[in-house]
Design a binder for this molecule. Structure first.
Ligand SMILES: Cc1ncc(C[n+]2csc(CCOP(=O)(O)OP(=O)(O)O)c2C)c(N)n1
Ligand code: SF4
Length: 248
């Protein structure tokens, strides 16, 4: 009919969502503009592309990562804060067919869970750990975490955070030379999807520990809500400067 758009053939239609995502679950609970959904989307597409849906067990930490507990049609497990890495390492030992994935925030991974993470990397556990680095404890209101930038004004450091911070991929590379180690960023989706796929493939091939840190934005606690220009300036210029992206 005149003016009506021609219907696309089935095979040409490309969904904006991964197939393994649950569209029926609910409106999600992330704040508008949050980076977590971008990381989850890249993860979901990588699971689809490698055909891993029946084998993946998705472990979520306490923190904003837990908001994804029923995001996917994947087997999942929710753990205590900072304990997702050892839980997934144990699960993989009990079930060698499982593709065990730990999805954790920087607070959970590098503060309360730092010992677990380091030991798992040293043991070369055959799991994938994805750490969402938004530079603070987001779920509890923006306290200083091991990735808070020196001088950032956060809830627990209103006059500016101290000069210490952790660059985890660099440390993990040093303790395990055979691990897959990389750092991506939410604002570069194609690159992030490639890194996700490579990290998952490393585990599928039984090559041991895979570690992917993703630089992510938290507009709520960065106090940039409603200002995407400033959010992404901070992410791409400040955050990516302190934490360089790439394969390690
Ligand atoms: C053992 C324990 N300590 C502290 C808390 C409180 N707590 C819940 S979420 C959270 C912060 C999570 O921050 P992060 O891991 O960086 O994830 P984000 O929310 O930034 O994604 C904390 C400290 C808890 N639930 N359990
Ligand atoms: S508090 Fe930050 S990390 Fe958590 S959902 Fe909101 S924007 Fe995302």
């Amino acid at each position: 009919m005149f003016g009506r758009k021609k219907k696309q053939p089935e095979e040409e239609y490309r969904s904006p969502f991964p197939k393994c995502v649950r569209l029926d679950s609910k409106p999600h609970s992330f704040c508008g503009g949050c980076g977590h959904p971008e990381v989850l989307k890249a993860f979901g597409f990588a699971v689809d592309e490698l055909g891993l849906q029946p084998r993946v067990v998705f472990g979520v930490d306490i923190g904003c990562s837990l908001l994804s507990w029923n995001f996917f049609n994947l087997n999942s497990v929710e753990t205590h804060h900072g304990r997702t890495v050892p839980v997934m390492a144990g699960l993989r030992r009990a079930n060698p067919e499982a593709i065990a994935v730990a999805y954790v925030g920087d607070g959970g991974a590098y503060a309360i869970g730092a010992g677990h993470l380091l030991n798992s990397a040293i043991r070369n556990d055959n799991i994938l750990t994805v750490v969402v680095n938004n530079g603070l404890y987001a779920m509890t209101g923006g306290q200083e975490s091991p990735t808070t930038h020196p001088g950032w004004k956060v809830t627990t450091a209103p006059y500016g955070a101290d000069e210490y911070y952790i660059r985890a991929p660099e440390i993990i590379r040093n303790v395990n030379p055979t691990a897959f180690v990389a750092r991506g960023i939410t604002s570069r989706q194609p690159e992030l999807r490639t890194l996700m796929r490579e990290a998952l493939q490393h585990v599928v091939d039984g090559r041991g520990f895979a570690f992917l840190e993703v630089l992510s934005q938290c507009p709520l606690n960065w106090k940039t809500m409603g200002d995407p220009k400033e959010t992404f300036r901070r992410l791409e210029q400040d955050h990516a400067k302190l934490f360089p992206t790439g394969r390690y």
